[in-house]
Write a protein that binds this ligand. Structure first.
Ligand code: SF4
Length: 200
């Protein structure tokens, strides 16, 4: 696994503006019904990465205006709660992601929420390049940190290893430190919550 120094990896030097997959109307990449864009390319090289092919910045297809238009059309459905950015590494594809989230904010304001996964931690992103900070400020929820195989936990909500966190970005930027999303079940497994009667 690799650990970059602040501003060591820049999207403009690595991204080829490719995406690996687009999945409209899914239920797994965050809360509610979501549209998910999987951008191509990642440098963290986590052992046990769920999809090593997607670490390649040339994997998949070029991101296009036509795809962006389709995403906006899909998001306009009332039952869609929001957009999710995954990878690969969204913060090493900031040109693509900024184009999309800027358009989403123009079209929908804050009616649609935006989630992003990242191998960077929230604290690392605060020390990063302008484009990464700009993207961070435009998203609502960040699921942060590398995937650490030794900390694998299949019961975690929306994440694979126990070091990863579901972060409320707006509150965290105000507080100057990571604030966990208030709907995170955080460490308590789904099955334990069912046993306690907290979940249906
Ligand atoms: S950050 Fe995610 S996509 Fe990148 S190597 Fe790690 S697990 Fe794979």
């Amino acid at each position: 696994m690799r650990h970059p120094k602040p501003k060591e990896w820049l999207s403009k030097e690595y991204s080829h503006h490719y995406y690996a997959d687009y999945k409209p109307f899914n239920f797994v990449d965050g809360q509610g019904v979501r549209c998910s864009l999987y951008v191509s390319g990642c440098l963290f090289a986590c052992p046990g990465c769920y999809n090593q092919a997607i670490q390649n910045f040339n994997y998949g297809n070029p991101y296009t205006k036509e795809l962006e238009d389709q995403i906006i059309t899909d998001l306009s459905q009332d039952y869609v709660q929001g957009m999710t950015l995954l990878g690969g590494e969204p913060f090493l594809n900031t040109e693509v992601c900024l184009s999309l989230v800027t358009r989403i904010r123009q079209e929908f304001g804050s009616d649609k929420d935006i989630w992003s996964w990242s191998g960077y931690t929230f604290e690392e992103l605060l020390q990063e390049s302008e484009d990464k900070l700009e993207l961070l400020k435009m998203i609502d929820i960040l699921v942060d940190g590398r995937f650490e195989q030794d900390l694998l936990d299949l019961n975690l909500q929306f994440r694979g290893s126990r070091n990863q966190r579901i972060i409320d970005v707006e509150k965290s930027l105000i507080m100057g430190e990571a604030v966990i999303w208030d709907q995170c079940v955080d460490g308590t497994t789904k099955f334990e919550k069912i046993a306690k009667g907290d979940m249906i």
